[in-house]
Structures are given as structure tokens and as C-alpha cells.
Design a protein around this ligand. Structure first.
Ligand SMILES: Cc1cc2nc3c(=O)[nH]c(=O)nc-3n(C[C@H](O)[C@H](O)[C@H](O)COP(=O)(O)OP(=O)(O)OC[C@H]3O[C@@H](n4cnc5c(N)ncnc54)[C@H](O)[C@@H]3O)c2cc1C
Length: 379
């Protein structure tokens, strides 16, 4: 493993940083306040070939490696965690199952427009009664002639209502339990598919989170991804990649918090000197940087393992768990360094603190990551 990024990776990271500073940073606070979806930013990201970054050019992608894509998630999230997860859910969770298990017909019809950024994707596994226990879902997909008929409700779906294409998991054979779970591509505009409740969230407020409601929604049989009964494996393997994206999102948030803390510590004068001259503040900054770098190494290691085609569930679990908890802690310390100002909405660290928390929860809570990591040790 060598994390001296290649020249190309450094360039991608720098481009993403410049793009984020110019286009994302100026609207991040407004997105947080209003909960608006940043359509104009996603359109520009498509123009820069970001939306299909780790996919081959023949499917409209940029043909970059996963680590390069992870660098983009990190830099975008450093300016706006909402935009980071909109992007990561699209790229890691919606496009991947079609690329890895979809038929050529599905790739041409859905993967190409997803990679070109002409369409936005979402991934729908969670249900009201099936969160951590994803195998307990009750959505059904009943075969009927050359179609499947979908019924049920998904909840907490990122990009709900703004996505054009949804990866939906439903039981084709409920009697088989999780072995009867299958994955489908579902178009947003189908009759019988409605967007339910929009969640009002603590953080990542520019990212839409909604229910999806299916009532006798008929989808073509050809929209099955892979084979019937393979849905759980597809979901879990897709989430491995997604978790590296969440780790990168956490890195971006944590880096932003550290940047703000350093700036504030140099500017804020108490007892006649900047607070940066106090050892208590210096030690906090030193620990923040150390945790951030450790999280970065774990995250890049997981991305590199994916690029090498290895099974990387453990690496992804460690990266997601460590980076999200580091981000949560670093944002807390950044607020501490800001004193009372850190608690006031005008200061960026207040938003970062709220945005960081979700990284410990979605795409498998950190309790799940501990199960994944310990499971790989005890096998
Ligand atoms: C903003 C947001 C966006 C999301 N986006 C998506 C999305 O795009 N697609 C999607 O499918 N889902 C999405 N989710 C759902 C998310 O992945 C789930 O919320 C998460 O997996 C946890 O499920 P739950 O909320 O039902 O919590 P529960 O499963 O009810 O867990 C509650 C608590 O119990 C713990 N727990 C549960 N089981 C165990 C166990 N066996 N051992 C130890 N502890 C356990 C959990 O770790 C947690 O602390 C999103 C959620 C949010 C909040």
C-alpha cells in the first residue's frame, strides 16, 4: 500500500477542492438552513465527469479508480456534507449494483445516464421495521406475466423525491425470508410509486430523506438486477463500497472542523494573546490532526482494497467506524475551541457538529461495523 497519491489522484483531489470552494462552499449554510436540494451543483458535477467517476468510459464514467472517487467525496464533503452524501449515495449505492450485477440492457438504459449525471440515483433497503435487521423487510415483488408488482414502504431514503432511478429491495419469495429478497431498478415516474414523508433532520439538511410508497407498482421483469433471491448479497456488497464513501464524508467534515478550529485559535485573543498560544488548545489540535490522519489512512486503505478487487468488508467497516467517530469527536473539540461562539449558528462548526453525527448511523450503524469487523476476526 502506498498512499503517496499518484499525480492523477492529486490532480483530481485538487480539482474537486477548487470546484467545492467555488460552487459548494458558498451555498452550504443556505442548504442547511432551507433544506434545498442543490440541483445546480449536481449538474456542474456531471459536467466535470464526477457523477460516474469510478465507472468505465464505455458506460459514461470517468474510468478513475475508487480511491480517486473517494478523494472527490472527501473534498466535496469538506465544503458541504449534504452534497457529499447526495453524490456518494448516487455513485456508490445506486450505480454500483447495476454495474456489478445488472444485464447489459440495464447498464445501457440506467447506468449510462447515471454515470453521465443525466439521472440521479437512490438506494432503498431500509423499511420502518427493518433497519439494522435489513433481512426483516416486508416489501414484496410478485411476478406477474412479464412484470413484477411492487408493494410496501421504504423509509429514510437519501435522494428520495429528487432521484430518477431507485435500487429497490423486495421479496420475490416471502416464504424464503432473506433468501427470497431480490434487487430491482425502479423508475421514479411509474404509476403506483409515490414519495411519502420528507424527514426534517438534525444535519445534512440539503440532502433529501424520504419514504417511498409502492402500491401495486408494475415494473418490467427485465428490471430485476442479477437473479431472484440474490438481493441480500447485492445489498451487503454494495454497502461495503458505500461505507468507504461515508468514511470519506466524515474525513471531509472533520478536516473542515480542524481548519476552522486552527483559524479561530489564531484569531481569538484572551489574556492578551491568541488562544493558540495555550498548551491546552495546542494539545486538542494535535489530537484532532492525529485522529484525522489515522482515519484517512484507514479510509484510503479500504478504497485501495476495493480497487485491488479484494473482499474489503472488514476494511470498509473499520474505516467507516473510525472515521465517523473521529469526525464526531473532532467536531466536538472544534466547538470547544470556539467557546461560546461554537454554539452559535453563524459559525460553521455548529453545522459540522450536526452533520458529523449521521456518519455513525447510516449505511449500517457503528454497532453493525463492530459486528462486521469482529465477525471477520472470529471466522
Ligand atoms: C439521514 C438518513 C439517511 C439514510 N439513507 C438511507 C438510504 O439512502 N437507503 C437506505 O436503505 N437506508 C437509509 N437510511 C437508513 C439507515 O441506514 C438506518 O437508519 C440504519 O441502518 C439504522 O437502522 P434503524 O434506524 O432502523 O435503527 P435500529 O436498527 O432500530 O437500531 C437502533 C439502535 O439499536 C442498535 N442495534 C440494532 N440491532 C443491534 C444488534 N443486533 N446489536 C447491537 N446493536 C443493535 C443500532 O446500532 C442502533 O444503535 C438512512 C437513515 C438516515 C437517518
Amino acid at each position: 500500500m502506498n498512499f503517496n497519491l499518484t499525480e492523477e489522484q492529486q490532480l483530481i483531489k485538487q480539482n474537486a477542492r477548487e470546484f467545492a470552494l467555488e460552487n459548494v462552499e458558498p451555498i452550504a449554510a443556505e442548504l442547511d438552513k432551507t433544506g434545498r436540494y442543490p440541483a445546480e451543483v449536481i449538474k456542474k458535477m456531471a459536467e466535470l465527469d464526477f457523477m460516474g467517476m469510478p465507472y468505465p468510459p464505455e458506460y459514461g464514467g470517468a474510468g478513475a479508480d475508487y480511491l480517486s472517487y473517494i478523494l472527490v467525496v472527501e473534498e466535496i464533503s469538506r465544503s458541504c456534507a449534504s452534497t457529499g452524501i447526495i453524490y456518494s449515495a448516487h455513485c456508490s449505492l445506486a450505480a454500483w449494483p447495476i454495474f456489478k450485477w445488472g444485464s447489459e440492457e440495464l447498464k445501457q438504459k440506467y447506468l449510462v445516464p447515471l454515470c453521465k449525471g443525466e439521472k440521479l440515483g437512490a438506494f432503498a433497503l431500509t423499511e420502518p421495521g427493518a433497519g439494522t435487521d435489513a433481512a426483516a423487510g416486508t416489501c414484496t415483488a410478485k411476478a406477474d406475466a412479464d412484470s413484477y408488482i411492487l408493494n410496501g414502504t421504504k423509509c429514510f431514503i437519501t435522494n428520495g423525491g429528487v432521484a430518477d432511478v431507485y435500487i429497490v429491495f423486495a421479496l420475490t419469495d416471502p416464504a424464503q425470508g432473506v433468501k427470497g429478497l431480490s434487487a430491482f431498478v425502479v423508475d421514479a415516474n411509474l404509476p403506483g410509486f409515490e414519495i411519502g414523508k420528507h424527514e426534517d433532520k438534525m444535519g445534512i439538511r440539503g440532502s433529501q430523506t424520504t419514504e417511498l410508497v409502492f402500491k401495486n407498482c408494475r415494473i418490467p421483469q427485465t428490471n430485476l438486477i442479477g437473479k431472484e433471491g440474490k438481493g441480500f448479497g447485492i445489498a451487503m456488497q454494495t454497502l461495503d463500497g458505500g461505507r468507504v464513501g461515508v468514511a470519506a464524508q466524515a474525513l471531509g467534515i472533520a478536516q473542515a472542523a480542524l481548519d476552522e478550529a486552527i483559524k479561530f485559535a489564531k484569531e481569538r485573543v484572551q489574556f492578551g494573546k491568541p488562544i493558540a498560544t495555550k498548551q491546552a488548545i495546542q494539545w486538542m489540535l494535535a489530537e484532532m490532526e492525529t485522529k484525522l490522519q489515522a482515519a484517512r489512512l484507514l479510509t484510503y486503505q479500504a478504497a485501495a482494497a476495493k480497487d485491488e478487487g479484494k473482499i474489503f468488508s472488514k476494511e470498509a467497516g473499520m474505516a467507516k467506524m473510525f472515521a465517523s467517530e473521529a469526525a464526531d469527536w473532532i467536531c466536538g473539540k472544534a466547538i470547544q475551541i470556539h467557546g461560546g461562539y461554537g454554539y452559535i449558528k453563524n459559525f460553521k462548526v455548529e453545522r459540522l457538529y450536526r452533520d458529523a453525527k449521521i456518519c455513525t448511523i447510516y449505511e449500517g450503524t457503528n454497532e453493525v461495523q463492530r459486528m462486521v469487523v469482529s465477525g471477520s476476526l472470529l471466522r
